[in-house]
Design a protein around this ligand. Structure first.
Ligand code: NAD
Length: 300
């Protein structure tokens, strides 16, 4: 697609979708946005976008569609059925679903897209709202080579790192495997600090040693859950998100669902989901996911 100006429908102009769609506008594409929220639509208009009153209306004469919706049920509802966008977009339209959703929904919708004669990729992101605003997201992409090649120029505008992970659903699979590992490693890191506190070991000493030993991991050296050792980590900013605990819980529940449906044994992932559930129900709902150290201290 190169430098060609495309007409793109963008469905879901929330915290992530709004700034992502605005970056497509800035790059010169003609973008028509859709959202249930009046406020989200107004913000997108202020950023230079057009808005449509329904997804079906928005996709009528486009070359590409990006969706950034909360969960699998929203994606299924928007894409499939007689009122779905797959039934109303021109044949051959490129669909990019950047929502973080369950692998089964992602594969079902990709199959429906292919049956409708469309190109589709799942392309969930990491990088949060700052990455969305700055166009520096990482996209983990699943889908056929041809669809990936078509999607890449648009993804390059919204992101800094674009990885083709495999066939349909592979982007979602990569995202939830990574975030399950992150949830587990964050809890492990917190537990090490809680134990150090009980043993009278200076937490800075634990950091100095573990950051250069076999316990080293991203949760420790980039996102340290105690204030001090890593000045940019949310622990130094009253545990303000960052990456909020309920978002981590969402991803851990998706990982659990995927483990159930694929028969994978993930006992630590399940335990991490239970702990984040407990944390989100007991004061963690607006806190960064590293704040789970408070729950671990309390239940010690
Ligand atoms: P959000 O709730 O801010 O935005 C979702 C938007 O979709 C809302 O504005 C909502 O009104 C709209 N919407 C829902 N149903 C719709 C429909 N049928 N038609 C049109 N619009 C509809 O959520 P967000 O933070 O932008 O996250 C979107 C996705 O990105 C989620 O899957 C989330 O897990 C994922 N994600 C978020 C972050 C983050 O830091 N916020 C990071 C990575 C991935």
């Amino acid at each position: 697609m190169g430098e060609t100006v495309l007409r793109v429908a963008f469905i879901g102009l929330g915290n992530m979708g709004g700034p992502m769609a605005a970056n497509l506008v800035k790059a010169g594409h003609e973008v028509v946005g859709v959202d249930l929220s009046e406020e989200a639509r107004a913000a997108f208009q202020a950023a230079g976008g057009q808005v449509a009153t329904s997804a079906v209306e928005a996709v009528r004469d486009v070359q590409a569609v990006v969706t950034m919706l909360p969960a699998g049920k929203h994606v299924r509802a928007v894409y499939t059925g007689a009122d779905g966008i797959l039934a109303h977009a021109p044949k051959g339209t490129l669909f990019i679903d950047s929502s973080t959703i369950d692998v089964d929904s992602s594969r079902d919708v990709a199959k429906a897209a292919s049956e409708a004669g469309m190109d589709m990729v799942d392309a969930p992101v990491s990088g949060g709202i700052v990455g969305a605003a700055n166009g520096t997201l990482t996209f983990m992409v699943g889908g056929p080579d041809a669809a990936f090649e078509r999607a890449k120029p648009l993804l390059d505008i919204m992101g800094a790192s674009i990885v083709h992970a495999g066939d349909a659903g592979a982007g979602q699979a990569a995202k939830i495997c990574n975030n399950m590992l992150l949830g587990i490693s964050m809890i492990g890191t917190c537990e090490a600090f809680v134990l150090a506190e009980k043993l009278g070991l200076d937490p800075q000493k634990l950091y100095d040693i573990s950051s250069k030993s076999s316990g080293q991991c991203w949760s420790l050296t980039s996102y340290c859950p105690i204030p001090g050792p890593v000045p940019t980590s949310p622990a130094n900013n009253e545990y303000k998100p960052g990456f909020a605990a309920p978002m981590m819980l969402k991803d851990l529940l998706l990982a659990e669902e995927a483990a159930d449906s694929s028969g994978a044994n993930t006992p630590m992932g399940e335990k991490a989901a239970r702990l984040y559930e407990e944390y989100c129900n007991n004061g963690g709902e607006n806190v960064d996911f590293s704040g789970i150290i408070h729950l671990l201290r309390k239940s010690g």
